[in-house]
Design a protein around this ligand. Structure first.
Ligand code: SAH
Length: 303
């Protein structure tokens, strides 16, 4: 692993680094990356993520899977909102657990990488499960600070560390990672570049796990609903086939692919009913129901 250079920068309200302009320029290489970073730096009052994370200190920026407990929709009105929030969080944590189930045998001496780590929930869960060191990288300096505070609050700062780095060029040592995952981050980058970097970081037999939304080659181009999601998050959702082309081009051989689309729809239905709905729920539900968009888990080995 290389020396840490830039994860202590202070961030102003505009999302720009106050102290480390040079470091920022080397991490955020393009105007597009700067706009993605600004999105995550500026949006700090997001109850859909914060209220859920406050429950147990695991802050997620991804969606949920599994059946909804219908009892949260009935019962005393004064506790309903709180129960719905807890249920959304349970489903998001279940999603992260499913991802971690597919990392294979990880020993406490292995190193893991959470590429596009957000506020860090999945990294903390990985450490709790495997007892090993985890590095998370994100292009949002605000998120780096927030996630490192969570690691400290969990008493694992020496084991789980978050860095202001670009996942397209992490600076970590070649072959140093037994496992890497991306939990809803691949829509922000070029897949060939990303998997090239992962292929460098993984040794032969290392494991990559991806959860992502992708658009359906079979229904044709980007649907209106998928375009709305792109617009909402400043991202570029890839087509399904792009994932497999980019994996194959970078010595990453898929061992499992699961279609989680049906498993995520109940989460979106519940979220649409909740006080933390953001307005994007309808686009996700339309895209999934019309078949123009899939929620996939892809597991690949470095060969
Ligand atoms: N994986 C996290 C966060 C998902 S949100 C979770 O499951 O909670 C998308 C994340 O991708 C954000 O943290 C954003 O900063 C990060 N991201 C986007 N482009 C990136 C890049 N080029 N390098 C590193 N992180 C990136």
């Amino acid at each position: 692993m290389t020396t840490e250079t830039s994860n202590t920068a202070t961030t102003t309200a505009t999302g720009m680094s106050a102290a480390t302009g040079t470091a920022t320029a080397s991490v955020l290489r393009t105007p597009y990356q700067r706009s993605v970073a600004a999105y995550w730096n500026i949006n700090r009052n997001d109850p859909v993520n914060l209220r859920l994370g406050e429950i147990d200190g695991l802050y997620h920026h991804h969606y949920g899977i599994g059946e909804v407990d219908p009892s949260v929709l009935v019962g005393p009105a004064e506790t309903r909102d709180e129960r719905i929030i807890a249920e959304l969080h349970r489903l998001e944590t279940a999603q992260a657990n499913l991802l971690l189930d597919h990392l294979g045998d990880i020993s406490p001496t292995d190193l893991l990488l959470d590429a596009g780590s957000g506020r860090g929930g999945t990294s903390l869960m990985a450490h709790q499960r495997f007892g090993c060191r985890v590095d998370g990288v994100t292009i949002s300096e605000y998120q780096v600070g927030f996630a490192n505070e969570q690691a400290a609050a969990h008493g694992v700062s020496d084991q789980v560390r978050f860095h202001f780095r670009n996942m397209l060029g992490t600076g970590f040592e070649t072959g140093s990672r037994q496992g890497i995952w991306t939990n809803e981050t691949t829509m922000y980058v070029d897949l060939f570049e990303l998997f090239g970097e992962f292929s460098r970081l993984l040794p032969f037999g290392g494991r990559y796990v991806c959860i992502t939304g992708c658009f359906n080659d079979i229904t044709g181009g980007r649907s209106k609903a998928v375009s709305r999601i792109d617009e909402h998050y400043t991202c570029n959702i890839h087509r399904r086939s792009d994932y497999f082309r980019a994996l194959a081009a970078n010595r990453l051989a898929p061992i499992n692919v699961f279609d989680l689309t049906d498993a995520t729809i109940p989460y979106w239905e519940l979220r649409a009913e909740s006080s933390v709905a953001t307005g994007i729920e309808e686009a996700f539900l339309n895209a999934y129901r019309e078949g123009s968009f899939h929620y996939l888990l892809i597991v690949a080995d470095r060969i």
